[in-house]
Design a protein around this ligand. Structure first.
Ligand code: ZN
Length: 160
């Protein structure tokens, strides 16, 4: 079956940075599962999967703008510790989630004080060129329930 809008796709991936260093891989675990055409993946990745078939293997390189964006200057922010979500104790380098007027945002802890923390609002993968090795595992039609939710259910998909 071919990947088109509303197909549920399972694929394995290995993610490397521009130097070829492996950052993530699904090979030891469940494949990634998503419903095609609903902006569930990085735009460049979803675009590359369009029209592919089960069993296809390919590699793509995404520039920062197609992946997690360019590194923004002036990206550091001071926020009260009480606004950080994801842990009870914070150390530099940890990932946290903060609430902003634009919604939830993932940040990296830079410095921790008694009541305030300095965080970097750049995505940890911002500014990075990403290389993906992809192997399409399965392609199937979405169920009526998945279509009404706009996402995949079952192994690797959403659990309610
Ligand atoms: Zn659902």
């Amino acid at each position: 079956m071919t990947i088109t809008t509303n197909m549920v796709v399972q694929f394995h991936y290995t993610l490397k940075d521009a130097t070829g260093t492996q950052m993530e891989s699904s090979s030891a675990s469940e494949p990634m599962t998503y419903m095609h055409g609903h902006n569930s993946l990085l735009p460049g990745l979803e675009q590359a999967l369009d029209g592919k078939n089960a069993g296809d293997k390919f590699s793509i390189t995404l520039e920062p703008a197609q992946a997690f964006g360019e590194l923004m200057p002036d990206s550091e922010l001071r926020v009260p510790l009480s606004q950080l979500r994801g842990s009870k104790k914070w150390e530099p380098g940890m990932q946290a989630v903060i609430q902003t007027p634009q919604g939830h945002q993932q940040v990296t802890i830079v410095k921790v004080g008694h009541t305030m923390a300095t965080v970097d609002t750049n995505h940890p993968m911002a500014g990075k060129t990403l290389m993906f090795d992809i192997e399409v595992a399965t392609v199937r039609e979405a169920s009526a329930e998945e279509l009404s939710h706009g996402h995949a259910h079952g192994p690797g998909g959403h659990h309610h």
